[in-house]
Design a protein around this ligand. Structure first.
Ligand code: SF4
Ligand code: SF4
Length: 308
């Protein structure tokens, strides 16, 4: 039986009702190296010790290997720009201030599936939010939701790069596919200049932005499990993630605020600098900070203070 054809307008209306900030739809034809630069990124060792990034390369490029018969990738954005930033000596990247986006977006993706099924009961889709090998930023670009900036992130005209991404890979075709946007970075390179670690680079011949994770403070404070961080990495006061290249971006300065950082939450986050293990675990439960252990937090904090 053929999968039902989606109305692009109806899917976008349902996505807005569920609470997503933006929705675009791409045809599920495989990504090419020419638009992606992934093989060069791996070849250069820019993935550091994230060996899982070497696995499922075909699947990352081809949604039909995730869901047989995939026709479309519905991409959803959820903005997270906070109303203000936390202060203190152990700063946390802004995406981690609120509820863990994995949990929130997953819940919303299931709500969206349910909403679409009210119109099309045979709608089949696989929800993805960092849980399966799929290149979120590239599918968001393909779905017309923005371009890949020189900070290597998706830049949405309204949300800037302060947005998390989720997808529904579906066997349904749609009556309209969105068109990718041209880059609007122009001759700006504020993010490159703002990076304290020279971690932002590009493919040799095609100029596709690439992140060298071996140099990136965000990689080291979140993914690196070694007892010590490399002494050459500058943390700029961050003990979890790093926002330097995002704060510098003019599109983020103009971006819509999507999260209110209350006095109570701000104090809680700033007090994490003194938290013992149990308090750290309690406060970071259901946040992206839950990804690191308290030992990593102490390691990062000590390095952030020493290298301020
Ligand atoms: S997150 Fe920080 S270290 Fe990484 S590329 Fe951006 S500015 Fe550089
Ligand atoms: S800072 Fe400038 S170059 Fe970097 S992503 Fe933003 S607009 Fe593009």
């Amino acid at each position: 039986m053929d999968s039902p054809t989606l109305s692009s307008a109806a899917v976008k209306a349902a996505a807005a009702t569920v609470g997503f900030d933006a929705c675009g739809i791409a045809a599920a034809t495989p990504l090419t190296e020419a638009e992606w630069g992934y093989a060069e990124w791996l070849h250069n060792g820019y993935h550091a010790d994230m060996v899982y990034m070497e696995q499922h390369r075909d699947m990352r490029a081809n949604p039909a290997l995730l869901l047989p018969g995939a026709q479309s990738v519905i991409v959803l954005l959820l903005g997270y720009k906070p109303s203000r930033r936390m202060e203190g000596t152990a700063r946390i990247a802004q995406y981690a201030y609120g509820e863990d986006y994995h949990e929130r977006i997953k819940r919303m993706l299931y709500q969206l599936i349910a909403a679409i099924r009210q119109q099309l009961p045979d709608f089949e889709a696989k929800p993805c939010v960092d849980t399966v090998p799929i290149s979120d930023k590239q599918w968001a670009r393909r779905a017309g939701l923005g371009w890949i900036g020189r900070n290597t992130l998706l830049i949405n005209p309204t949300l800037g790069s302060y947005c998390n991404i989720g997808e529904l890979v579906t066997t349904s075709p749609t009556d309209h596919y969105d068109t990718p946007l041209e880059s609007r970075c122009s001759d700006c390179q504020a993010c490159i200049d703002a990076c304290p670690n020279q971690a932002l680079t590009q493919t040799a011949h095609t100029g596709i932005p690439l992140l060298d994770a071996t140099r990136c403070a965000s990689y080291h404070t979140v993914e690196n499990r070694s007892p010590q961080l490399p002494p050459t990495v500058h943390l700029s006061g961050y003990a979890f993630g790093c926002d330097c290249c995002q704060i510098a971006c003019p599109y983020n300065q103009e971006a819509a605020v999507r999260y209110t950082l209350t006095d109570e939450r701000k104090t809680q986050l700033e007090d994490l600098a003194q938290a013992d293990s149990a308090t750290f675990r309690h406060i970071t439960k259901h946040t992206a900070l839950n990804r690191i252990r308290h030992q990593q937090w102490l390691r990062n904090q000590s390095a952030a203070n020493a290298r301020e």
